[in-house]
Each structure stands twice: as C-alpha cells, then as structure tokens.
Design a protein around this ligand. Structure first.
Ligand code: BGC
Length: 461
C-alpha cells in the first residue's frame, strides 16, 4: 500500500465529532451549594469504607466553579463536542416538584460557554446521581412510579435547554445503577461497583433493569412531546464481543456471543422483546412487564451511545451456543483497573451493530484508560500508555468506517479531567488533563496534546 492510501485509511469523515465526556457527580463538587438536593452518591460515599480512602464527591474537580476554565481547556485541546450530565437533584432537589432555578442557571451558563467556544453539547440526563429523596420515598428504580418521574424531569430539562441543545442521552449504563447497585458480592469480595449497594432480591433487581428501560422509553417520548428538535439516545455499556481473529467461523461465533451477552438491555431497546432464552434463564426472577411497556422501551432512537473500555474474546465452538469465550491470560495488556486492552472490540461493535440494527447513528460516548500517570519532576504526565490506548482504538474505529461499518458519527474520550472514579475515589485517573486535587490546577497530559493533534488532522496519527 502506498503512503497516500495508508494515510487515507486513518482519515475520519469531515463532520466527525471529537469530544470528551464527564459526569456531574464525578466533576462538579458544590454538593450543598445553591439549593442542590442530595443524591444517593452523596449519602453512600459517606458510609465508612464505601469508597477507597473514604473519599467522596463533595468537591470533586470543583467544576461547578471552574467550568469556564474547563471549557477553555476543551477549546485548547480542540474538541468540538462535550458530553456532560445534569445532576438531577441540582435541578429538582427532591427529584420531583419544586425546581431549583439556580441549578437551571448553572447549566444554562455552561451551555452558553460551550456554544461560544464552538463546542456541541451532549446532555446525559442521568449518570447515577439519583435523588436521595426519591430513593427514600419510592425505593428507587424498583418502583414503577420512578420511570414516570424520570420522564417528567426529562421533559423539564428539554423545556429549559433544547433551544440550545439538540443531543440528549437519557441514561448512562443501566447495568451499573441497577444490577451492580443492588447486588453485593456480585464481584466477589469487592462489593458493589460504581453504585450504592441497596440489597434486594433477585427478582427485584431484575425489575430495576426493566423499569430503567421503561424510564428511558418514556423519557424519549416526553422529550419529543416537548421539543421538535430533540435527538434522543441512550448510553449503553454493551458487552463488547470480538472474535479472536478475522476468520469467518470466529466472526460468526462473535455475533452469537454478542446477541447472548446483550439480551437484557441492547436487544430489548432495539427490538422491543426479551428473548425466550433470557426469560427462561431468569425463570421466577424475570421482570414483570407488559407488551405496551416493551413498545415504549423500543421507541426508535436517533442514535446509540456506546461506552467501550474492554471486551470479551469469542471463538467458534461446536457446543450448542456455537461459541465460547476465551479467557485472557494474566500477561494480557491491561489498563490500571485490570481491564484488558482489546481495541478490536470497537471494530466488531460497529460491524455487529450495523448488521443487527441497520443504519442507526452511533457515538462512542466513552473510551479511555485508567493509567499510572506518574508526574515527572517538571510536573508533566507522559502517559504514553493512554496515548497508545487511544491510538489503537481510533485505528480500529477508522478501519470499521472504511470497511463500510460507517455509522460512527463521533468519539468522546473519557475523560476530560481526572475525576471521582466512584468506589475507587480519586486515585484512579482517567483524564487527559491532570487534576491536582490540592489546588485544583489542571495540566494537559501528553495524551491531551496527542488528542489535539489528531483532532486537528482529523485522522489517527
Ligand atoms: C462510567 C464512568 C466511569 C468510567 C470508568 C463508565 O462506566 O460511565 O462514570 O468513570 O466508566 O470507570
């Protein structure tokens, strides 16, 4: 292949969106300012031992006060899109009822700042900071009132911001605030991951997933009823499945694994059905649902958002499933959180999505790496590991586009800043910008400089 062709292969479409992503509880801080109500994370993170070193998001990156500086950082990096979430209890301190105007004003200022910088906002309505008041009153997502309340909150947000914001994400990663939030010990000794532990029976846990799906569908409908310009989608941490190599047998095994591993959330969203295999597997623990609810859940979306960090490797097999998953050796290349680094996951996610669901636009709404991030004497972070992570993932995204799996419209790096990494607190760093938590100083890491150059060239470098 000549040099010209080689370079072409890594070029992204002209209108490709290059973004970064954050979420409210992880960056905002100001947990008790200007009328904000409490979220389940405010309460949970203060339970001794819940978060590593007993850290919490009270101050986080102080983005609530430093948002102008953070938008400027984004402008310096050159991004043209930003995905952030609204803190539900900042807007509705009790989750419903009385609106907190100061909360609305904050997001309004942030949106204006972004637009003035030429950055397209993508709003996530719910990224896990569920209002504590609703948890206390209704017991959270197990109650079918909550999806309706979520739809009302979504409509309210759209009424305030859809004059300036077109792209709306209902929820982030249903699995995390349902199953992972409610089942202690699911992950062995480590306890709940990324979500407050609220222990419920297996049936109730399954019901929370269904109710969240329903909340998503109702929110899509209520947003559209309140604004004609809304583009609505969801962010799903799908189970990424990739074949061990590009042999047709393994590729076929991969799609079978992809279907099975995503039968609880992605397929119901896209097809309006729980498959027989899934319902049989759950038996008496299956969620209670109606056909009408399934219609709501599968209300057609304008886009799908995928958070992609790692994946599972599939290999053809003559067992009844037609595949099995190959475990990763301990010496597999891994990010700091022990997640195997498998860039091909992006390629196959785009391929299988197009083959299964057609031309729905896709955004990678998160991709990034927790890295060691040692600071040099000069105060630099030379995070070549993260840089390579980004490069290899972008290469696979671009290969997919060039092979005709071209639904990908944008890429949001997780994360703009080092921030509060849920149960791991502040020690686990995902930012392309370093946050110094003692003085809140932000410093661009090597990966941010790399991302800047990639965006400028609009191709993988
Ligand atoms: C979440 C983020 C989180 C990231 C890294 C995703 O599951 O949406 O909030 O920080 O992964 O763990």
């Amino acid at each position: 292949m000549g040099m010209g062709l080689f370079m072409m292969a890594y070029v992204f479409p002209e209108d490709f969106l290059w973004g970064t992503a954050t979420s409210s509880y992880q960056v905002e801080g100001a947990f008790d300012e200007d009328g904000r109500g409490l979220s389940v994370w405010d309460v949970y993170s203060k339970k001794p031992g819940a978060v590593l070193n007993n850290e919490n998001g009270d101050k986080a990156c102080d983005h609530y006060h430093l948002y102008r500086e953070d938008v400027k950082l984004m402008r310096d990096i050159g991004v043209n899109a930003y995905r952030f979430s609204l803190s539900w209890p900042r807007i509705l301190p009790d989750g419903e009822g009385q609106v907190n105007q100061k909360g609305i004003d904050f997001y309004s200022r942030l949106i204006d700042e972004l637009l003035n910088a030429g950055i397209t906002p993508f709003i996530t309505l719910f990224h896990w900071d569920f209002p504590q008041a609703l948890q206390d009153k209704y017991g959270g997502w197990k109650n079918k009132e909550v999806p309706k309340i979520f739809a009302d909150y979504s409509a309210l947000a759209v009424k305030h911001f859809s004059d300036r914001v077109k792209n709306w994400i209902t929820m982030n990663e249903i699995m995390c605030f349902t199953i992972l939030a409610h089942k202690r010990n699911l992950w062995g000794k480590k306890g709940p991951i990324k979500a407050p532990a609220i222990i419920e029976s297996d049936q109730v846990v399954q019901q929370t997933v269904h109710n969240a799906l329903l909340g998503h569908g109702l929110a899509v409908q209520s947003m559209r009823a309140n604004s004609s310009s809304v583009k609505a989608g969801i962010v799903e941490n799908l189970n990424v499945v990739w074949p061990i190599y590009d042999d047709p047998l393994h590729v076929e095994a991969g799609i079978k694994g992809f279907r099975d591993m995503n039968e609880q959330i992605l397929y119901p969203l896209m097809t309006g059905k729980y498959c027989a295999r899934f319902l049989e597997k759950l038996g008496a623990d299956a969620p209670v649902f109606t056909e009408d609810e399934m219609k709501v859940i599968s209300t057609p979306m304008d886009f799908l958002g995928y958070n992609i960090y790692s994946g599972i490797a599939a290999r053809a097999s003559d067992n009844k499933e037609g595949y099995h998953f190959v475990p990763y050796p301990t010496s597999m290349y891994r990010a700091t959180m022990n997640w195997a680094v498998v860039p091909k996951g992006i390629y196959y996610t785009l391929k299988y999505t197009k083959e299964e669901f057609g031309n729905i636009p896709v955004y990678i709404t998160e991709n990034g790496m927790a890295a060691q991030d040692v600071e040099t004497k000069e105060g630099e972070v030379l995070d070549l590991d993260r840089l390579e992570y980004i490069r290899t993932h972008l290469e696979m995204a671009s290969r997919a586009i060039h092979d005709g799996y071209d639904n990908l419209k944008g890429y949001f790096l997780w994360s703009l800043l080092d921030n509060f990494e849920w149960e791991l607190g502040y020690g686990t760093r995902f930012g392309i910008v370093r946050t110094n938590y003692s003085n809140m100083k932000r410093t661009l890491k090597l990966s941010a400089q790399y991302y800047h150059s990639v965006i400028k060239a609009n191709r993988v470098l």
